[in-house]
Design a protein around this ligand. Structure first.
Ligand code: ATP
Ligand code: MG
Length: 420
């Protein structure tokens, strides 16, 4: 894409009320726009990254037999009353389900979805009857709305955000346990692929109705709202909320080997047991003809939470440093000067890179080198190619990785092969 055509501009300053590093950088670089506290729009550059993360998550969910669907935001209160989670908005802080609710013009109340266990169990009750119909796994990328009390972490804690939520439907607890481990592995693959692998730990956290623990995926960062205790050798951690001597013994961790760290919860998986199936009448007939409630699990990842976390982990004083796999573009081609021969050589190289299937942002704007370099560092594309009168004198370009300081001179005719 030609940068002269991009409608977003970079900014020197982020909004004064924006305290988080991720949102400050993303706003300044033109990836997101802050509508209000906890509510952000993804601009073209931001959407590119968002979609790349989404595709990685989708590939890994498809690999564990997830079937993609898309559920509604508007929720029928009756479905939620059955499980007892249609809690009053005044209980938002204590119940852990920070509802937004709305009304039809007739005055009838509706929910604005914050999670979908109940709704999907209810749908599944129309499709699952027998043990032969199980196991099944379904997921979606869907906007969740949560009336979060505090929204100081930028896109990592939004009041409207897209979650990938997968739900498993199995016959037995054993079948759930086995799938749960596959899902945990898929999660580690996802965090690896988006560039958070080294700093993300599977973490024992408070469970739900049916199991003592849930598993969180926690990424080490000073910007994190959680405190965890990490065993770096075993690559396992315990959330402070369940950190007791008894728990450490139970999970086989040695207190003297644990290090206290701040961390961001990028994902969370739960064994739900039969609670929601029982509430919503999701039953199956087993081989003996008996009726049993379906055993469920739920598996969530916030895409914006992941994107914001990547920015928190990968930045420097000049801007964002995108990991290759989710960068908005692979190459930032920067043309310097407005001499005709430079412009035509840069145009030609741009066409050549595009024809080779490389994603390029081409800074063809009529701006000085200082502004172009500053913007390039702020936007954070992994590879920068500079073409100028000086480099052309030797039929070369200047190449630099965003993660490195040193530049390399490469022959103009060889540069494209570097990205194949
Ligand atoms: P937290 O403890 O951070 O409030 P949670 O435990 O309530 O999150 P879950 O219900 O476990 O969140 O949601 C699954 C995933 O969705 C989280 O692991 C996180 O990646 C993401 N997520 C949750 N709340 C938000 C939010 N307000 N903004 C962005 N992503 C979120
Ligand atoms: Mg959670």
């Amino acid at each position: 894409m030609r940068q002269s055509q991009l409608f977003t501009k970079t900014q020197k300053e982020a909004p004064k009320d924006e305290v988080s590093n991720n949102a400050q950088l993303l706003i300044r670089a033109g990836f997101i726009y802050k509508e209000m506290a906890g509510v952000y729009t993804y601009l073209p550059l931001g959407l590119k990254v968002f979609e790349k993360i989404k595709n990685i998550v989708r590939e890994e969910m498809n690999a564990i037999e997830g079937q993609e669907m898309l559920m509604t935001t508007l929720q029928d209160p009756e479905v939620w009353k059955k499980s007892g989670r249609w809690v009053e908005e005044s209980e938002n802080e204590t119940s852990g389900l920070p509802w937004f609710k709305t009304k039809l013009s007739s005055g009838v109340e509706l929910g604005i979805g914050n999670t979908h266990e109940e709704a999907l169990a209810s749908i599944m009750s129309h499709h699952i009857n027998s043990y032969k119909d199980l196991p099944k796994y379904a997921y979606q990328f869907q906007n969740k709305f949560r009336n979060e009390l505090r929204a100081k972490s930028g896109i990592m804690r939004a009041r409207e955000f897209v979650m990938k939520d997968l739900y498993s439907f199995t016959r037995t607890m054993e079948e759930l346990e086995a799938y749960y481990e596959r899902a945990a592995e898929a999660y580690l693959k996802i965090f690896n692929r988006v560039g958070l692998g080294e700093v993300t730990y599977r973490t024992f956290a408070s469970g739900g109705a049916f199991s003592k623990f849930s598993d969180e995926f926690q990424t080490l960062s000073e910007a994190g709202e959680d405190t965890i205790y990490v065993d770096e050798n075993k690559r396992i951690a315990v959330n402070k909320e369940v950190y007791t001597d008894e728990v450490l013994k139970e999970v086989g961790l040695d207190k003297s080997k644990l290090v206290e760290k701040k961390a961001i919860e990028v994902g969370n998986i739960f064994k739900l047991g039969t609670k929601y199936a029982e509430a919503e009448g999701l039953m199956y007939t087993d081989e003996e003809g008996n009726q049993n409630p379906v055993v469920m699990g739920s598996y969530g990842i916030g895409l914006g939470r992941v994107l914001g976390t990547v920015v928190e982990v990968h930045n420097d004083e000049k801007g964002i440093v995108w990991p290759e796999a989710i960068a908005p573009f692979q190459v930032h081609l920067v043309g310097l000067g407005n001499k005709d021969d430079v412009i035509s050589a840069a145009d030609k190289l741009y066409d050549e890179l595009i024809s080779a299937g490389i994603e390029v942002l081409y800074d063809d704007r009529d701006e000085g080198a200082g502004k172009k370099f500053a913007d390039s560092d702020l936007i954070g594309i992994p590879n920068r190619i500079v073409i100028s009168e000086k480099t052309l004198a030797n039929k070369q370009v200047e190449y630099k990785k965003r993660t490195e300081d040193d530049v390399e001179m490469i022959d103009l005719e060889k540069i494209t092969t570097k990205f194949k």
